[in-house]
Write a protein that binds this ligand. Sequence first.
Ligand code: IMP
Ligand code: MG
Length: 404
Amino acid sequence: MNVSVVVGLQWGDEGKGKIIDYMSEDYEAAVRFNGGSNAGHTVTVNGKRVVFHLIPSAALRGKKLYIGPGVTIDPVQLIKEYNELGNVQLKVDPRATVVTPFDIWLDRKLEEMRGSAIGTTGRGIGTSFAGRMFRFSPRVCDIASGIVPDYGPMFTAFNYNPSEMKKWEEDSTLYLREHMADVPWELMQIYEKGGKILFESAQGTLLDPLYGTYPYVTSSNTIAPYVSIGAGFPFNRVDDIIGVMKAYQTRVGSGPFPTELSGSLADLIRQNGAEFGSTTGRPRRVGWLDLVSVKYATRLNQVNRIVVTKLDALSGLENLRVATRYNYQGKSSSDFTRSLYDKPEPEYVELDPIPDADWASISKRGYDSLPAQAKRLVELVEQELKVDVWLVSVGQERGMTVVA
Ligand code: IMP
Ligand code: MG
């Protein structure tokens, strides 16, 4: 298979970064096509942890890296990340939207002004994508050619002090000029020569602004078909869609979460799984695996192989549950969409808890050496989703990945 898309099947933070790094060895190019620096994709190699916000997570493998027009780019963050990585082969589409300091300021301001905050990452994502629709956000090519829109009247209306804007413009221009390229065209060149391309979605399906738990969502589409919009790559050439899901649920920010846990059990899973936001450092909300929503996400994305991550983080708990259905007003249902307007009560399957284990040595010995209880969870996932689990991840390190 030559063209793969990796998507998240939950509320982001499924471990996509690790999987992209693992897979990208076999690919020529890796591409971001949505989101912005709200993403935090973590890769750990030989104890060294790198968090990618904008640059594709294949960077440590020396691959060709692309950022498509569907991404909103904060040049300050991009330059910082690029400098930290050293020489990577990065190209950015001139049509991509740029996040300005004003967008970041306004994102935070709007959160304060809302009755109930969304809990955004405060990275100016929603405001810059909205600015794109309003047609005043600058694009990469605008910054590169020195054409920044006149925000003057708006700054006045919002009572914003634009002192940081000038320096920002100067720093951004030079860098963006050096890295611009027609991303859809370059991708098609690679494809036509038989090269393999890996697309990396940011966030997760349940944060998609149309299909997720609106308004508690992000502001660009997160599902696989967005590749054709966000990277200008024809979706009918995509032949592989990989859904990444954690063995439990997490969510940063507000919004519905039917299987959410609280108290000491939540604390334990949060600690085991190091569930603190890689972009914001916020403790993540945690809960039992919710296969009703994961199944919905699997279907929407037409996933053909599944990766289950962080099985290790569930080991040593006293009990283990997985929601396989929702109950609405006394009636059992597999319908996720209804939960947007009726309150669901999750119906759980009780599994035998996964014992403590030496996950490093298990990952060397392969799938058969996994504790039987962990394999049972994987089987349940396959049974409910009707898609094969291809990989399981049992630790942060690149090597702690097992083919199922
Ligand atoms: P925004 O994308 O910063 O506007 O935030 C909107 C919602 O999406 C908030 O609940 C964020 O916590 C969440 N979010 C955005 N990006 C990510 C991500 O990469 N992982 C997990 N949650 C995210
Ligand atoms: Mg993340």
